[in-house]
Design a protein around this ligand. Structure first.
Ligand code: ADE
Ligand code: ZN
Length: 335
């Protein structure tokens, strides 16, 4: 496994499913709580880590929304994002497409501008300092109203050149994609691409809705699509990519044993699966750790690992030329 670990570490990679607020490490949470004089219900970093045991998505989300309460100033969003990019540089991740949850901040009185300016200043710096390219995806919180999503889309319009796509996240069960069909229709008309979390906990019908009603360009998670053969066939034929998050699936109890993780089956079925970390601070691993755990549990070959990495570049929202350049770097590495 050690040489596989080195192979994964050195391989050029992309990350396409990362909630920037989910990269808030306990150490930074404490530093920002102190800097901003925000009370948090933990006395030590260890206490925070001890609280990270979840039996489902909602369990996690309650702690995730509480954690982001320390983010108040533009510099906080900069520090959060730059810390993530520094980690990605160490891991040989050369391209990232990151989600942010504006409603998690505007609902606390933090202006949209503060959030996006802090994040995008760090992304610019990440390109200058590390050569990491990036795209930003605005997610609507699906447990909130359609009206709130429309308001958020309006707030985003002055920043449209900084945002490549809209997405849909938060509590899945009981909040089907159909609820946001009109918001996505408007976003697409404004020129944004679209992604949505679907089939993480929700049924295959939610994946169908994301495809047919939200007209998504990429599917976040999609694990439960495997329950429906016709849906698998459609995903395979269209080659719409799935942004799979192995450690997240394990920590949120969707997958009880990593040896049963479906990502290898997805590849065998011809699905365009990619490897991502979701909320690395909460789930115990960044991109490399996600590759490592599936490689070890599922006995993946180098060829399968390279396919997953190639899928990440192909499924990115970069131009054809940019994709080709990244794939060339991977091919040079994999030979
Ligand atoms: N895994 C996840 N699913 C849905 N919403 C999220 N927000 C942050 N992480 C999420
Ligand atoms: Zn996610």
């Amino acid at each position: 496994m050690n040489d596989m670990k080195t192979f994964i570490q050195k391989m050029p990679k992309a990350e396409l499913h990362l909630h920037i607020e989910g990269s808030l490490e306990p150490e930074l949470m404490f530093a920002l709580a102190r800097r901003n004089k925000v009370e948090i219900p933990f006395a030590t970093v260890e206490e925070v880590r001890d609280a990270y045991h979840f039996s489902n998505l909602q369990d996690f989300l309650d702690i995730y929304y509480q954690g982001m309460s320390v983010l108040l100033e533009e510099q906080d969003f900069y520090d959060l994002t730059f810390a993530y990019l520094s980690k990605m540089y160490e891991q040989n991740v050369i391209h990232v497409e990151i989600f942010f949850d504006p409603q998690g901040h505007t609902s606390r009185g933090v202006p949209f501008a503060t959030v996006i300016n802090g994040i995008s200043r760090a992304l610019d710096e990440g390109l200058k300092k590390y050569g990491i390219t990036s795209k930003l995806i605005l997610c609507f919180l699906r447990h909130l109203s359609e009206e709130s999503a429309f308001e958020t889309l309006e707030q985003a319009l002055p920043y449209r050149e900084k945002i490549i796509a809209v997405g849909l996240d938060s509590s899945e069960m009981g909040f089907p994609p159909a609820k946001f069909a009109r918001v996505f229709e408007k976003a697409k008309a404004e020129g944004f691409l679209a992604v949505a979390h679907a089939g993480e906990e929700g049924p295959p019908e939610y994946v169908y809705e994301a495809l047919d009603l939200l007209k998504i360009d990429r599917l976040d998670h999609g694990n439960r699509a495997l329950e429906n053969d016709a849906l698998v066939k459609r995903l395979a034929e269209s080659q719409i990519a799935l942004t799979v998050c192995p450690l997240s699936n394990y920590k949120l109890a969707g997958v009880k044993d990593m040896r049963l993780h479906p990502i290898k089956r997805m590849l065998d079925l011809g699905l365009k699966a990619t490897v991502n970390s979701d909320d690395p601070s909460y789930f115990g691993g960044y991109v490399n750790e996600n590759y490592e755990v599936i490689t070890e549990s599922l006995d993946l070959t180098r060829a399968e690992i390279l396919t997953l990495a190639r899928n990440g570049f192909e499924a990115s929202f970069c131009s054809a030329d940019e994709k080709q350049a990244m794939i060339a770097r991977l091919e040079a590495y994999g030979i």
